[in-house]
Design a protein around this ligand. Structure first.
Ligand code: TYM
Length: 330
């Protein structure tokens, strides 16, 4: 009998301290598909496209796994694994790279941005990064990929690669769909609400980190850049307030109208404080669970081992199929 279970996959790079952008735009939605077969990956191979201090990379790999667990992802209900521990990712990336055009990769906006930011290290990995991401997704015959809006272009490329491969070799790879949430798809920087909140932003006040203590969150929210008005609503020139509304709504489940009514006439100061308190409270259980998991390295190692074995089982199936179709001698 055919296995009709939907497959969901996503990944996070262990390249910095995770922000509420990562949590509200992506990780929060990892729990939205309880009936699917779910794979959540710590994308450490992606992280080395920019220079990493080895000890930091190792620590953040554990931290990212601990955060997955702290956000409620249960290793007996989904496959939590570290990308570099499943060699099929790198192997499929090579094969798919031979079906990806130089021109396509040259158009990736993230490549252009990162080449500007790291002008002294525009390496080939930075350029072929989206092929590895396509391999991550296609290796598991993924139907749905929950991500933030910034990954849309990469996802589109993964779809194109799958369609092209299927066009040449016949139906082999599932063409994935993105799941980009209606609210929280792009959380903006607190100090420049026209730029994305990013874990690699050198200004620590620009981002709310999942592991920030409550007083730090409160302080950052109070200092968030807004406009000179006093109305809590969305609109032209109100990017800062819009961003705080989005963050607040993601944490409380309230709508624009409810938030506008609740804070009507109360001014930005009161609103900012409420956002800070709400985010701090929302993240409290995650932060507490994170510290518990980080205190148990043996458990994290056990999870990684189990996850890698499970992921490798599914990955092997697709990889052999791809290699057979391409004419490799098995
Ligand atoms: P990464 O590590 O930059 O971010 C992890 C996830 O968080 C989302 N995100 C945001 N969402 C809303 N607002 C923000 N400010 C914000 N910042 C980040 C990202 O969209 C992402 O979903 N290339 C990926 C990692 C990756 C991947 C994959 C994702 C590797 N392989 C396969 C999906 C499937 C990345 O760099 O994400």
């Amino acid at each position: 009998m055919l296995d009709q279970q939907q497959v969901v996959l996503s990944a996070v790079q262990p390249s910095g301290n995770l922000t509420v952008g990562n949590s509200l735009g992506a990780i929060k939605n990892f729990s939205a598909f309880p009936d699917a077969r779910r794979f959540f990956c710590v994308a450490d191979l992606h992280a080395v496209t920019v220079r990493q201090v080895p000890a930091d990379l190792r620590r953040r790999t554990y931290e990212t796994l601990a955060l997955y667990l702290a956000c409620g992802l249960d290793p007996s209900a989904c496959v939590l694994f570290v990308q570099s521990q499943v060699p099929a990712h790198a192997e499929l990336a090579w094969l798919l790279g031979c079906h990806t055009m130089f021109g396509e990769l040259s158009r990736m906006t993230q490549f252009k941005d990162k080449s500007q930011k790291h002008a002294d290290n525009i390496n080939a990995g930075l350029f072929t990064y989206p092929v590895l991401m396509a391999a991550d997704i296609l290796l598991y015959q993924t139907d749905l990929v929950p991500v933030g809006a910034d990954q849309k272009q990469h996802l589109e490329l993964a779809r194109n690669i799958a369609q092209r491969f299927n066009g040449v070799f016949g139906d082999t790879l599932t063409v994935p769909e993105g799941y980009i949430p209606p609210t929280g798809r792009k959380i903006m920087s607190l100090s420049d609400p026209t730029a994305k909140m990013s874990k690699s932003d050198p200004n620590p006040n620009a981002s709310l980190f999942i592991l920030d203590e409550p007083d730090v969150i409160l302080r950052k929210c109070k200092r968030a850049v807004t406009d000179s008005g006093n109305e809590i609503r969305r609109g032209e020139g109100k990017e800062g307030i819009e961003n705080l509304m989005t963050i607040y709504e993601c944490c409380t489940g309230q709508s624009d109208e409810e938030v506008a009514a609740l804070f009507d006439g109360r001014g930005y100061g009161v609103f900012k404080e409420a956002v800070g308190e709400t985010v701090a409270e929302h993240l409290r259980p995650v932060r507490e669970a994170f510290h518990r998991y980080m205190g148990d390295r043996a458990y994290l190692d056990e999870c990684m081992k189990k996850g890698a074995e499970e992921a490798a089982y599914y990955a092997r199936k697709t990889l052999s199929k791809v290699k057979r179709k391409m004419g490799f001698v098995g």
